[in-house]
Design a binder for this molecule. Structure first.
Ligand SMILES: [Fe+2]
Length: 235
């Protein structure tokens, strides 16, 4: 179970770090649960496309090492003609030492962009048609320049650099070193993701299993809704 106190704190750190990095969030990033009670059907796109805050430990019970805090700014849906956007964008907080579990996407193609001042390091592995890691090489493009790398090797992005990951590329990435902002002894990197539509309910394959939306231990009041928690309009 992921503690609500960790979620609240992570969102507030992300607000500070994104702002200090020049990444300004939309208004709904700051709406409290009380503010959401006043919102009606006009906000259905936020609810239905799962825009907003997303904090998870992937069921690890060890958020500082396996976890993620991110904000989805835009997204569409393959299964709903009301939301025809074919693209998505996220801002991701990258505390040093924390990463998401190794995974690939069945259909999503994503660019990971270093939006902060530290390095963003990616570990990239090829997969076979069954989704198992393989050796050999794989093809990636860093800012439009293609390179062939060994499966399982790492690529470090400097501030401003980006990498395009094709579907089925197994990836993990994290912030490391550089001039990332430090809060309470933890250095933070920042990345962005620009991708095709993101469907976190069906498109992710975690190599060692994971729970994308874990249970939450309500050890203190919620300060912000997560993207999977919004109440229905008029609820
Ligand atoms: Fe991913």
């Amino acid at each position: 179970m992921l503690k609500r106190s960790i979620i609240n704190r992570s969102i507030e750190i992300a607000m500070k770090i994104f702002s200090a990095s020049g990444l300004h969030l939309p208004e709904f990033a700051f709406w409290s649960p009380a503010e959401w009670e006043k919102r009606g059907r006009e906000c259905d796109e936020i609810r239905d496309c799962m825009l907003g805050w997303d904090v998870t430990d992937f069921g690890s019970g060890n958020f500082s090492e396996i976890g993620r805090t991110l904000f989805t700014l835009r997204n569409g849906r393959h299964d709903d003609p009301r939301y025809p956007k074919s693209y998505a964008e996220k801002f991701i907080l990258d505390p040093e030492g924390q990463r998401a579990p190794a995974h690939f996407h069945r259909s999503k193609r994503e660019d990971i962009i270093n939006r902060g001042n530290g390095f963003i390091v990616l570990e990239l592995t090829a997969s076979d048609p069954e989704g198992n890691p393989t050796g050999g090489t794989l093809q990636v493009a860093v800012d439009g320049v293609s390179r062939t790398i060994d499966s399982g090797s790492r690529v470090a992005l400097k501030p401003g650099q980006s990498i395009c990951l094709a579907p089925r590329t197994i990836h993990q990435f994290w912030g490391e070193g550089g001039d990332g902002i430090v809060i309470d002894g933890v250095r933070y990197g920042v990345s962005g993701e620009v991708s095709s539509v993101c469907d976190d309910r069906t498109d992710n394959v975690f190599i060692h299993g994971a729970s994308r939306f874990p249970g939450i231990d309500e050890d203190e009041p919620r300060r912000y809704y997560l993207c999977q928690e919004y109440p229905a309009a008029g609820a």
